[in-house]
Design a protein around this ligand. Structure first.
Ligand code: SAM
Ligand code: SF4
Ligand code: F3S
Length: 454
């Protein structure tokens, strides 16, 4: 049997898909080169905005065509759109089965080890290899099939306890739980042993690592050295892998409520920690932040930025922002715009508010900003971001930056600098995966260009 995975959404899903590959191959399935060759197609979905869900449901039309040629095709939906692991024959099925007749299996990603049983439920005759019990206890015990040899995304926690009023994640991913430090370190060590150079730690709010209600109930982190947050303890342990070849450490996302002074100071101290931080602000108005249930103020956010820049003056800072949230007035939007201008973010992932069923905002607030206004505000932030980037990128011209070479496109090699700036340059494909020195000669709107010096 051949499998094909389509991945949507954030890095968390891309990382889950890497574990999914290992699991499927352990069942003796082979990666298909195209849809036509696949016997099982898995959609690892994102539900952060309505558009993302529609995209996946739109793909179900293609499944009808494929099924005409391969009657035994199995269609699996996993990731953030799924609430209940079930097959089309299960007694209690996920609600997704009402949205498309093409779905055979809905799978909660943390229940990945259940997939084999769900396939058997569809067709008991399908032959699958048995997998060791201990691997199946926890889907994090499945070693990921890292897509890149030099760069890995490693989850340190799942779920979220913050319940921002607009967000579906606490419902799709459940309560916040941290992975044991020993498991994370083992995965990092393994990756570095195989030549890995850059690790990005993943979690919805990485800086609350080890501090969630679940973590406290379990008591897993109670024996850590005091005086530092569990997250900084973890960063310090991973930083020791420098001696084994690790060169870069990043993490995403941090939360302004949880960011601690020891984490800010770690940026000035740890050898592998890059001069880059992603710190989602979501809005630049205190009344909006309150409606969003983001428990900090603009003043507190600015205070964090000030401390960060005092510790690492040239640190690059990116953020997430939502425009057109329920009741967003012109004045509130202007405050967001002004904050953006003041901080001069290096990058921003920004979106127009999309109502998500089940969230507090969907139940209690009105999605009353007209589409046209949402779009205008989106464009205003986009123009501002472009202006800031056009001012910041040319400052690198003439400087030499370190780049981890990641891929080749249209005859140019691409990679990211320490400040997470995309850099392109000419060079042999054989250096993909290596860290090289590049002298910057030009800045386009989003990408730096240069020449290899070493
Ligand atoms: N945990 C991160 C944080 O606290 O910022 C964010 C994770 S969320 C998966 C990624 C981003 O999606 C959010 O930062 C937010 O900007 C955006 N987002 C979440 N819900 C949204 C919604 N209903 N409409 C539009 N954008 C949304
Ligand atoms: Fe969503 Fe807020 Fe949790 Fe981020 S912190 S995942 S925005 S609920
Ligand atoms: Fe989407 Fe789930 Fe990530 S909703 S953004 S894939 S955590």
């Amino acid at each position: 049997m051949n499998y094909l995975i389509y991945t949507y959404g954030c890095q968390m899903n891309y990382s889950d898909s890497e574990r999914m590959e290992t699991y499927l191959e352990a069942l003796c399935l082979t990666k298909a080169k195209s849809e036509k060759e696949a016997d099982i197609i898995l959609f690892n979905t994102c539900s952060i905005r309505e558009k993302g869900e529609q995209r996946v449901l739109g793909k179900m039309v293609d499944m009808i065509k494929l099924r005409k040629k391969n009657k035994k095709l199995i269609v699996v939906i996993t990731g953030c759109m799924v609430r209940k692991s079930s097959s089309r024959y299960s007694e209690k099925r996920d609600k997704l089965f009402n949205r498309s007749r093409e779905i055979d299996i809905a799978l909660r990603i943390e229940e990945l080890p259940k997939l084999a049983d769900l396939i058997k439920e569809l067709d008991p005759k399908i032959k699958l290899k048995k997998i060791k019990e201990e691997t199946l206890e926890d889907y994090f015990h499945i070693t990921p099939h890292f897509t890149s040899k030099s760069q890995a995304f490693i989850p340190i926690s799942t779920g979220c306890d913050k319940f921002c009023t607009y967000c579906i994640v606490p419902f799709s991913r459940g309560r916040e739980k941290s992975r044991p430090m020993a498991d994370i370190l083992k995965e990092c060590e393994e990756f570095v042993k195989q030549g890995g150079k850059e690790i990005t730690l993943l979690g919805q709010t990485v800086d609350s690592y080890g501090l969630s209600i679940f973590d406290k109930q379990e008591g897993t982190f109670k024996d850590l050295p005091k005086g530092k947050t569990p997250f900084v303890n973890l960063l310090e342990q991973i930083d020791k892998l420098y001696s084994k070849g690790l060169r870069r450490l990043r993490f995403t996302s941090s939360h302004p409520k949880d960011i601690s002074d020891d984490l800010i100071l770690a940026h000035g101290k740890l050898k592998t920690l890059m001069p880059y931080l992603h710190l989602p602000v979501q809005a630049g108005s205190n009344s909006l932040l309150k409606r969003m249930n983001r428990p900090y103020t603009v003043e507190k956010y600015l205070g964090i930025i000030k401390k960060l820049r005092k510790t690492v003056p040239d640190i690059a800072i990116s953020t997430d922002l939502i425009v057109g949230f329920c009741g967003e007035t012109e004045e509130e939007f202007k405050e967001t715009y002004d904050l953006f201008k003041k901080v001069e973010f290096d990058f921003c992932y920004f979106a127009q508010y999309s109502d998500r069923k089940g969230t507090y905002a969907s139940k209690n607030l009105k999605d009353d900003i007209p589409k046209k206004v949402k779009l205008e505000r989106w464009h205003a932030i986009n123009e501002l971001l472009k202006k800031i980037v056009s001012k910041k990128l040319p400052k690198f011209i003439g400087k030499t930056v370190e780049v981890l070479v990641e891929f080749e496109k249209a005859g140019m090699l691409h990679g990211y600098s320490e400040h997470y700036k995309e850099v392109q340059f000419k060079g042999p494909k054989s250096i993909i995966g290596q860290i090289v020195q590049v002298k910057i000669t030009k800045a386009t709107q989003w990408v730096l260009e240069g020449e290899i010096t070493k």
